[in-house]
Write a new protein. Structure first.
Length: 201
């Protein structure tokens, strides 16, 4: 089955919206503040797995779109999204706007260690945590923390914007040209304000 670029965008933005809403719901029970950033539960575990698998899905889409060879890629291949294909991820700073007490002072760089070569493997701490809890939750459960979920969702947001530009949040781009009605997404402004990228980063 051939999937069009428009269909990819619809799928990706719907997934991002679902994950963002679930994170906001989680923050009704765990206050998004530095003092709670190491909190973990089955809900943070679930959300970390879902977010990181969505990031892997996006990375695979990008590599296929770039004509990258092979399949069953790992972090060493995903890193080429920046090193070989020019996406500027490692410098981007992003904040979750509901992080307390002042989100403007809580910018993070989810891809900061993307360029760090550790034993021939690019290092992203939140991504390493995802793999650790995926393979052994009982041993590594604390790594499924609120903070790692924040980093993973921030990474997904940055990657979507950097690859598709902010236009991915424009409803008209999700219209099906073969239909007379338009595909409408709810909460465009809501979604675009949950995370913000620092200007100039």
């Amino acid at each position: 089955m051939i999937i069009t670029q428009s269909q990819y965008r619809i799928s990706l933005i719907n997934s991002f919206e679902c994950l963002s809403k679930d994170f906001l719901k989680l923050c009704e029970y765990i206050d998004p503040i530095d003092a709670n950033k190491n909190c973990f539960s089955l809900r943070t575990f679930e959300l970390l797995l879902r977010t990181c698998t969505e990031i892997e899905n996006l990375w695979s889409i990008i590599l296929r779109d770039k004509g990258h060879s092979g399949k069953n890629w790992n972090i060493n291949e995903y890193y080429k999204i920046e090193s070989d294909y020019g996406l500027n991820l490692s410098s981007k700073e992003v904040t979750f706007v509901y992080w307390k007490p002042d989100s403007s002072q809580s910018y993070i760089k989810p891809f900061e260690n993307w360029t760090t070569d550790v034993q021939n493997s690019p290092r992203l701490n939140w991504y390493k945590a995802y793999n650790n809890v995926k393979h052994d939750r009982e041993l590594n459960f604390p790594e499924a923390s609120l903070n790692n979920v924040r980093y993973a969702l921030s990474a997904l947001y940055v990657n979507l914007v950097e690859y598709f530009s902010y236009d991915i949040f424009t409803p008209s781009l999700h219209a099906d040209p073969d239909r007379h009605d338009k595909f409408r997404l709810s909460s465009i402004a809501y979604r675009d304000h949950v995370f913000q990228i620092k200007q100039g980063s």
